[in-house]
Design a protein around this ligand. Structure first.
Ligand code: 0X9
Ligand code: ZN
Length: 380
């Protein structure tokens, strides 16, 4: 196959460089089949999810349900909407017990191929629920809302075949128009904040297709409807990969900053220092738009809603940035990278509780659901 491609490129007189000798092999090695021993362990624990594999959406949802049934006093799940192919968008709510406590939104898996992001969101959920006894007190004084897979159709598509592994967008057929033969909208270009002004495309075949209108996608709508109604929301974190970066708004332009950007930068630097001490890894801290401009991302929208702490975290570096497959990470990275993600959640929680933010205009109260709504919508 590689030899055939090389011949073709030579014939076409096109310059090339082989980045990965055998991508299929890399995909297989880093997505191993569950061993019979682990299957047995899963049967014993009563659910299939582990931190040793990249699991299906179903397995991940099963774990969220396990948390909500085992810890029903303070944990619940709710389906906040459906994807374009009809999959559930399942949010885990972890209650501090105080309905007036600050709200904290965490989402992951907006981009299908970034498998380390959903696993990190679930790792964070596990720490917040199953390791509650060991948590710093700040984390117990916050109401968390976690959506580990914003783009379930894309995620399942990327798992369905080796050749789909690097899929990024959702699976909107884009009306199946003959003149638009391409699937998918980039959900991180679809949010309604300076939509389409930079770093996105109006070509449905592009990986950064922004969609036909702002907030056009069911997945984006589910997120914006739900987050707009989180009572006293103080933080929004969006998990992505890769690049070892802690980013804060705005992303639609360089040199445009969230009103709270000095504080966001300070928190980001604290997190980077803690990660360095934890794993030796170096994280950068900067505004999204100073990294590269792209409009319509979830963090810019969250900032536009007046949320004071807004971050995008690009989890994981790349062993070899030129190999073109830094989205494909061995499952042995799930826990170490989960820990790095958790550092951002911890430091943000501490910062929320330490400071008040008179300068930031918050979401008008009439838009918000009551806290009891959010905790009573428990899925049966
Ligand atoms: O391009 C994106 O949507 C994010 N990077 S990723 O590699 N995960 O796709 C970055 C979003 C941050 N926003 C901007 N740079 N504007
Ligand atoms: Zn991403």
């Amino acid at each position: 196959m590689l030899e055939h491609a090389k011949k073709l490129l030579a014939y076409l007189k096109l310059d090339y460089k082989v980045l990965i000798d055998d991508l299929a092999q890399k995909i297989k090695t880093y997505n191993p089949k569950i061993t019979p021993e682990d299957m047995k362990l899963q049967e014993e624990q009563g659910y299939n999810f582990t931190f040793k594999y990249y699991h299906s959406l179903e397995d991940m949802h099963e774990y969220l349900d396990h948390l909500s049934t085992t810890y029903k006093d303070f944990v619940s799940t709710q389906v906040i909407g459906k994807s374009i192919e009809g999959r559930d968008l399942k949010v885990l709510t972890i209650s501090s017990g105080d309905p007036t406590a600050p709200g904290f939104w965490i989402d992951a898996g907006i981009h299908a191929r970034e498998w380390i992001a959903p696993t990190t969101a679930i790792y964070i959920a596990r720490e917040l629920v199953e390791r509650r006894e060991t948590l710093p007190s700040a984390l117990k004084k916050i109401n968390f809302f976690i959506l580990p897979v914003v783009n379930p159709d894309g995620y399942e598509f990327s798992r369905s075949k080796d050749s789909h592994r690097l899929w990024r967008k959702n699976r909107n057929p884009n009306n199946n128009r003959e003149d638009i033969p391409c699937y998918g909208v980039d959900l991180n270009r679809n949010f309604d904040m300076e939509w389409g002004v930079s770093g996105s495309s109006d070509d449905p075949c592009a990986d950064v297709y922004k969609g036909p209108t702002p907030n056009s996608e069911l997945e984006t709508q589910a997120v914006t409807n739900f987050v707009s109604r989180i009572p006293r929301i103080k933080a929004s974190v969006s998990l992505h990969s890769y690049s070892n970066l802690i980013l804060y708004p705005f992303g639609y332009a360089g040199g445009q900053y969230h009103p709270n950007h000095e504080e966001l930068h300070r928190v980001g630097v604290v997190v980077a220092q803690r990660i360095k001490a934890l794993s030796g890894n170096n994280y950068g801290v900067q505004s999204s738009g100073d990294w590269y401009v792209a409009s319509g991302d979830s963090a810019d929208w969250a900032a536009s809603r007046g949320i004071p702490y807004v971050f995008t975290m690009e989890l994981s570096d790349c062993d070899n940035i030129l190999d073109g497959s830094c989205f494909i990470l061995p499952p042995s990275k799930i826990i170490p990278i989960g820990k790095e993600g958790f550092e951002l959640i911890k430091a943000t929680a501490e910062a929320i509780l330490e400071s008040s933010h008179p300068k930031i205009a918050m979401i008008p109260q009439e838009d918000s659901m009551t806290t009891s709504d959010s905790f009573c919508d428990k899925e049966e």
